[in-house]
Design a protein around this ligand. Sequence first.
Ligand SMILES: Cc1ncc(COP(=O)(O)O)c(C=O)c1O
Length: 395
Amino acid sequence: MRDLSAATQFGRLDTARLPSPCHVLDLARLERNLKLLKRVGDESGVEILLALKAFSCFAVADLVSRYLSGTAASGLYEARLGKTRFGGQMHAYAPGLKAADIGEMLGYADHLILNSLGQWRRFRSRLEDTADVRFGLRVNPGHNEVENPLYDPCAPWSRLGVPVGDLTAADLDGLSGIHIHALCDHPYGAFDRMLAAVEDNCGHLFGAIDWINLGGGLLITEDGFPVDELIRRLRDFRERTGLTVYLEPGTAVGLHAGALVSEVLDRSSNVGELAIMDASATCHMPDVIEAPFTPDVLGAQTLSRNAKATPDEPNIVRLGGPTCLAGDIIGTYRFDKPPRVGDRLVFLDLGYYTMVKATTFNGTPLPALALWDSRTDALEVVREFSYADFEGRLS
Ligand SMILES: Cc1ncc(COP(=O)(O)O)c(C=O)c1O
């Protein structure tokens, strides 16, 4: 079972004050994460951007922009959101850039990263008309750290970036930087190995560029992360190469700062005990099914996703969503007291890759969004969704 100590501030939240389901962001933990990231930036001389794909909640844009240099986008709409809602630097990347979007994209981005030399060569003349945008190329450094192929940008036959073995410095003519992203939820050791591989495999390109973006995927804000070691490594790399260095964490910004509060709609049993929640794995936490992983529930013990139904264990309950997808299972948990209809449960660490991925499949309402400050207990519901949000996308 994961150590929940960092997320248990949610035990002090009175969930009856919220609509359900509801995403709650703890401003205290968010600010703690942001302060730590700023310290890494300040002490290493590296610029840190928020990866909007993980966390785009612009209700906290002022807080984010107080600590970070800007945002990183993966597509046109994120680029617009970054520019118009968050401010600061806007680094845009698109695995497939559409010719029709280029003009608008250049209005938002100050750095634009192309995924292939083919795109760069096709669009170069249009792009170079734009004086104050810097262009870069995504490079696959040929180094694997990620075990799950779903999240491995450097897996064989990956479409993300140009394999470094195919690149010479001359290919980068007109480009000023390269972008690498090769990690996912990793501790420091993987970053250290990745950076060593980047130096070995991509070093022949450094003379042709003046910036490098080392991507995200690093759990910098996790308790026990060796922050000072990271700072030393980044500072040393920056000083030796003379490159401007960017990092673009997403998870590390929202880590342990978000929870999803959900109400028990029904209880039943089918060999084992069941509860239907008003939050759905497939709609509101799709990574639970895709990755897969099981989010922890405050006050309960998380059991294996493959746990078998246990007829004589009333405290072991499988929680699922309100959709008709058979696999809309959030997880199986051991409770001290089994939850009753109307109870509110708190699913932990669901601040990132959740709101940004939510859908209304089956006509399931989207969770509301609330900001809570665990230092003061101040609570603000900043957004509630309605039928119009469902209908508006359908015709
Ligand atoms: C290009 C790129 N940058 C940054 C990130 C953010 O990674 P994380 O949220 O794991 O820090 C991702 C995640 O997929 C990514 O693909």
